[in-house]
Ligand binder design. Structure first.
Ligand SMILES: NC(=O)C1=CN([C@@H]2O[C@H](COP(=O)(O)OP(=O)(O)OC[C@H]3O[C@@H](n4cnc5c(N)ncnc54)[C@H](O)[C@@H]3O)[C@@H](O)[C@H]2O)C=CC1
Ligand SMILES: O=C(O)CCC(=O)C(=O)O
Length: 409
């Protein structure tokens, strides 16, 4: 027998890593009450257990959703990343299982940009080191190597949503902004795009990283790149820990080649606040080491909670996939008065004709059809009269190439 539309009370939602209460509120307002919350990331075995009967899961940057975890998540319909980065999710594994993944591409960008500006000012003034010394009882009143940010060159690597905002704020404070990006970008204000990473590194007083974690960004700042930066310059990384070779950075600080660093993300981060933070950078006074809090402000978290929960609700209620990171995007109207069939399939030739043939052979009256595809999957949504939905769903589920199908009442 084909599966039926799930009652909301039976839809189980698992929220991890202290997702903001605004998410729970948004879900409750939409009728989703069955929400289990955890304040931290779960250990692998606990995660597999907890996710095994969840229909939706909400995570932040710490929870790794690997192929093995998806294997355990038999009922999972969608993942909400309550953050920007989705590198912690095996997107291929999710797509192969017909699991849609959503994120919040904008809500915490301002928070990251503000942290970077604050660190740039304080590091150029030598405040990190002077503050650490004062805590030990040392009084380091001196203007040596203490600079204003006005007129200094800020080099932004990755001129996306965060990089652009950072550039605008920095320019309003009198900095000269330049950036390096793998694609050509429209510079805002007086910012300049430089043609190579080497040039950006060699010509910046402060370098700030705002790239995603990809194969191309892994260790993009290692010993050779650090050597290209001017003596006394500053490195800030609030992107992903894998982007900077942390041992090479420690060496550049030890040698006095860099004047300081602001590091918010690390190759290995503690799973919870109860675990010890270990890093070769702990010995350096002239660094800000922050516990991956670039996006952790009350404003950002409250907005992210609402934004991602709304995306999950829309997908669950009517199949809309707008701004999914792995699914074809379809913005769907309401489907009052009819049943809505959702069919996710491998994007191979012949499937749409098989679907249409099934409908005509079974005299199913279709009132609306929406189709969108990406390289991997096709997503077709078909509104039919209620009387046809059982038989149509069963037939759809049996079409070769089907990944999954469900019905919404
Ligand atoms: N520390 C924290 O709490 C937070 C960290 N992040 C991290 O910041 C990253 C950037 O965020 P957004 O600006 O919103 O992303 P975005 O996608 O808007 O911008 C990323 C930019 O990097 C560029 N890029 C990609 N690969 C590159 C390469 N190899 N070299 C140079 N440029 C490259 C892209 O073309 C794009 O312009 C996220 O992927 C996330 O990992 C985001 C939010 C909070
Ligand atoms: O706040 C978080 O947990 C992660 C923030 C982040 O790194 C992101 O949005 O990509």
């Amino acid at each position: 027998m084909a599966p039926k539309s799930l009652e909301k009370s039976k839809i189980r939602i698992l929220l991890l890593e202290g997702v903001h209460p605004s998410a729970v509120e948004t879900l409750r307002m939409a009728g989703y009450e069955n929400v289990e919350q955890h304040q931290k990331a779960l250990a692998p075995e606990e995660l597999r257990q907890a996710i095994s009967d969840a229909h939706f899961v909400g995570i932040r940057s710490r929870t790794q959703l690997s192929e093995e975890v998806f294997d355990a998540a038999r009922k999972l319909i969608a993942v909400g990343c309550f953050c920007i980065g989705t590198n912690q999710v095996d997107l291929g594994a999710a797509t192969r299982r017909g699991i849609a993944v959503f994120n919040a591409p904008f809500s915490n960008t301002r928070s990251v940009a503000e942290l970077v500006i604050a660190e740039a000012i304080l590091l150029l003034r030598g405040v990190a080191a002077k503050n650490a010394a004062a805590h030990r009882g040392e009084w380091q009143k001196s203007a040596v190597d203490a600079y204003e940010i006005r007129g200094k060159r800020l080099g932004i690597i990755g001129y996306g949503n965060i990089g652009m905002q950072l550039g605008v704020i920095a320019e309003s404070m009198g900095m000269q902004v330049q950036f390096y990006d793998v694609i050509s970008k429209l510079p805002l204000g007086n910012a300049r795009q430089l043609p190579s990473l080497e040039q950006l590194l060699a010509q910046s007083d402060i370098v700030s990283l705002h790239v995603p974690e990809t194969r191309g960004t892994r260790n993009m700042i290692a010993a050779p790149q650090l050597a290209q930066m001017p003596r006394g310059s500053i490195l800030i990384n609030a992107s992903r820990g894998t982007v900077v070779d942390i041992d090479a950075l420690a060496q550049a600080l030890r040698d006095g080649h860099l004047g300081g660093a602001g590091i918010d993300v690390f190759p290995v981060e503690p799973r919870s606040n109860a675990d010890e933070f270990q890093s070769p950078l702990r010995e350096f006074d002239n660094t800000f080491l922050t516990p991956h809090i670039g996006g952790s402000t009350v404003e950002a978290q409250a907005n992210i909670g609402m934004e991602v929960a709304e995306k999950l609700v829309r997908y669950s209620d009517n199949g809309t996939t707008t701004s999914s990171v792995n699914f074809p995007e379809v913005a769907l109207p309401e489907h009052e008065g009819c049943h809505r069939l959702l069919h996710i399939h491998h994007n191979v030739p012949g499937i749409m004709s098989a679907i249409n043939q099934t409908f005509s052979e079974n005299n199913v009256n279709v009132s609306a059809q929406f189709l969108q595809t990406n390289e991997a999957v096709g997503y077709v949504v078909i509104d039919v009269d209620a009387e046809y939905s059982d038989v149509a769903l069963e037939k759809l589920a049996n079409i070769d190439g089907t990944i999954r199908s469900r019905v919404l009442f």
